[in-house]
Design a protein around this ligand. Structure first.
Ligand code: SAM
Ligand code: SF4
Length: 501
């Protein structure tokens, strides 16, 4: 994170949306903690949308305790990294960030509780004698636990996503003189629910409805880092959506590693598709998104909901991972190629034109050239509107770590390049078919170039378009598509169609 609020928020604040500080109810800071002393924090986020949203909640909790967020680690009393460990590269990034904060040897000795030269490096000061607190949050924290203290002794706080509510208390313990604190329980009773989320996106509000994952794909660390599935009660979700609508948000995105595996823990027992409909029916809500859907739990009821409720966005992110039946089995994905294609057929036969995107992994252990060709043929058959493609990365604790027949790195790179090129051509051709169409766009960006704006369609396509209107950020406008690239559409707003909802 560490990014500033953009001009959209300022403008919309006037229209009733929260400002950075207004959005969080004030909770009195307890005497003697960092907040009372005017604590500052720097928060940087790595990884997926769920991590981004967790960071919004972490920021909300700390702001509510009186902390101020700052833009650089140098300016902060508390430096927090919300980490991702889905692939090795992502985890390494965090340790390289921590390396940048490595203190002088004397300070290091002090951090370890040893005597030593305690000269201060003005930038790299550790939590010794009122210095900085450096914390690792999220998936790397949960995965590596106390070992982080061994690798980077200047870290004093390690906290997984299930323990974020305890953060102010953990920081207060450090302030009180503790040298190391951890919050590593995988709490199965509650999700990280808070009403004091600080929202960074003024146009789209994120809401986690299900935490963790019970699926156990053989390559994936998520079940280890985020724990088992826990769903949030439907009444609590809908109440928060109503609050968001009152604040002026018109677009809601429901989040979960397997969002459609949602299982309402309350007596109401709402199905996921019922929850989508109930969210779409809340006055003021014009768009409901959801991600990520797992193919096994994706059924006709979700497609019916999209067909019947225009406010439910015509976009489904349905990761396939591989087109090869053998690789899908080895990945323990719990569906076959045919079953996956049946779900795609359900969407393709819908009355609305549903945008379909996916995730694909190349170079899974044992993936033959034939398996890879099956992934390419599946891409041709589905014609995805977008795909996140990854090289397989072996991860600690996962079953695939010990599988034989690792694919050489150069071969993974070769397959990835072919996949990306194929997908690029598919996107180019799919986007070109939209030239001449009229699409509704929620405007969420203004270019430096005069009269140029950008936004997203219901199918989540990016549209860059021209409009002579003075300020249409947050508006829904009708845009005539005049051109297409593989990654975006180009268009012109129809005059007089901008409407503040
Ligand atoms: N729950 C989602 C699902 O089932 O598709 C995906 C969540 S995961 C955070 C996002 C994506 O990261 C996965 O869909 C997969 O493509 C990719 N991924 C996960 N583990 C990986 C690994 N070990 N190597 C490469 N890519 C991986
Ligand atoms: Fe990971 Fe599979 Fe769960 Fe997705 S469904 S989070 S890929 S274990």
């Amino acid at each position: 994170m560490g990014k500033s609020f953009d001009i959209g928020l300022e403008r919309l604040t006037g229209a009733g949306l929260p400002s950075a500080s207004e959005g969080v109810p004030y909770i009195e800071a307890s005497r003697g903690d960092t907040a009372a002393a005017g604590g500052t924090f720097y928060l940087e986020t790595f990884g997926c949308q769920m991590n981004e949203h967790d960071s919004e909640k972490v920021a909300g909790v700390l702001l509510a305790r009186g902390y101020k967020q700052v833009e650089t680690p140098e300016a902060a009393k508390v430096i927090l990294y919300n980490t991702c460990s889905i692939r090795e590269k992502a985890a390494q990034k965090v340790f390289s960030r921590l390396g940048e904060l490595r203190p002088f040897e004397g300070q290091l000795a002090a951090a370890k509780g040893l005597e030593g030269d305690t000269r201060l490096n003005p930038r790299k000061v550790v939590n010794a004698g009122g210095g900085k607190i450096i914390g690792v949050l999220g998936c790397v924290a949960q995965q590596e636990g106390q070992e982080i203290f061994e690798r980077a002794p200047w870290v004093s706080l390690v906290c997984g996503s299930a323990s974020y509510r305890k953060l102010p208390q953990l920081i207060a313990e450090l302030e009180a003189g503790n040298r190391r604190v951890t919050g590593l329980d995988i709490d199965t009773d509650e999700t990280f629910e808070t009403e004091i989320t600080r929202r960074d996106n003024p146009f789209r509000a994120y809401l986690t409805i299900i935490e963790g994952c019970d699926k156990a794909c053989s390559y994936c660390v998520v079940p280890f880092t985020r724990g088992p599935e826990r769903s949030r009660a439907s009444a609590s979700i809908l109440q928060e959506v109503r609050q968001l609508a009152d604040m002026g948000y018109t677009e809601i995105q429901l989040l979960g590693q397997t969002v459609n595996s949602y299982a309402d823990p309350s007596a109401r027992k709402m199905r996921f598709s019922d929850l989508l409909v109930a969210t779409a029916e809340i006055p003021g809500i014009r768009r409901v998104r959801f991600t990520t859907s797992h193919p096994r739990d994706f059924g006709k009821d979700i497609v019916d909901a999209i067909e019947d409720y225009p406010a439910i966005c015509e976009h489904v992110h349905l990761p396939v991972q591989s087109g090869s039946p053998a690789v899908l089995r080895a990945m323990a994905r719990t569906y076959t190629r045919e079953e996956y294609l049946e779900k795609i057929a359900l969407m393709k036969s819908a009355k609305r034109s549903i945008g379909i995107t996916t995730d694909i992994i190349v170079g899974f252990p044992g993936e033959t050239e034939g398996d890879f060709q099956e992934t390419l043929s599946l891409m041709d058959a589905v014609q995805y509107d977008g795909a996140f493609c990854f090289k397989y990365s072996p991860r600690p604790n996962t079953p695939s770590l010990t599988m034989i027949d690792a694919i050489p790195e150069e071969e993974k790179s070769r397959r990835l390049a072919i996949l990306l090129e194929r997908q690029r051509e598919i996107q180019r051709s799919r986007n070109e078919k939209l030239v001449g169409d009229l699409l509704e766009v929620l405007v969420d960006g203004k270019s430096k170039r005069e009269n140029q704006w950008s936004g997203h369609t219901s199918s989540n396509r990016v549209v860059n378009f021209s409009s002579h209107a003075e300020n249409i950020l947050g508006d829904y406008v009708q845009v005539k598509v005049t051109g297409a690239t593989p990654n975006s559409l180009i268009g012109e707003a129809l005059t007089g169609t901008g409407a503040q909802p």
